[in-house]
Unconditional design. Sequence first.
Length: 256
Amino acid sequence: MHLYNASSSYYSMIARLALNEAGVVFNDRRLDIHFKKEQLSTWYRMLNPKMTVPSLVDGSTVYRDSHDILDYAKSRASRDWLDSESSFKNIISTLENEFYAIQIEKITFSKAMLSIPPLHYVFPHLLEKIIKQLERELVTSTDPNAITEKIKINQARIDFFTKGDLQEKFNHELHSALNFLSHLPNPGPMIMGEKISSIDILTATLLTRIHMIKEYNLITNYPHIDAWFQNFQNRESYKKSDMWLRFHPMRILLGI
C-alpha cells in the first residue's frame, strides 16, 4: 500500500493521521509539489487525473482524495472508531461536510500574503507559470478535460488572491473554520465521546493549520477544544504523522 502525499499538504496530513490512527501500515511516498511539481507529472496524472495530493494505492484500488482515504481508514479501524456506530453517523457526516467546506488553501495563502507582502506577486506568478505549462500540454494530452479543469481551478485561485480586499476575504474564510469549531460538542475525552472518530482526525488537522499560520490565539474562545488538542498531540499517531504546527521553509526548498 502506497500513500502519495506532500509533507506540507493539509489534506495529506489528514490522510497520514487517519491511516496511522487506524493502524494501517503504508509506504509513505512524499512528492515535491512546490518545485518539481510532481503532482503534474505524467506518471502521477495516470494515478490521479485531478493532479492533487494525497492518493492512496491499495492493490488495484486508488483513493484520490483525503475524504476517501479517511473513509478507508474508518473501514479498517471498524469498531475501534465511533464512526461505526449507527447513532453517530448523521452528526459525523454533517460535521465532515462542514469541515470540507472550509477553504483552507485560501486561508493559508491569504495569511502568508498578508504577512509577507512580496508574496502578493510571487504566488499569482507561480500559478500563472503552472497554467502556461498546462496549456502547452493540453494539445497532446490524453485527458484534456482534466487539464482544462486544473487550468480553471488555478485561474480561480489567481482571481481570489488578486481581486478585492484580501484581508476581508481572509477574515471571511477564517470565520468558516471557527464556525465549524463552534458546532463541536465538548470533548470527553474524544470530541464525540469515549472513542475516537473521524472528527478528531479532521479537527486535529484544522487546529494544526491554525497554529501554523499563527492564528491559534483565536482558539482561546474554545477552551475545551484547546485542552483536547493539547492532549491529542501526545498520541503516537499524531507524533508520527508529520503534522506541521509550524512552517518549515527549508523542507519546502529541499522538497522533503
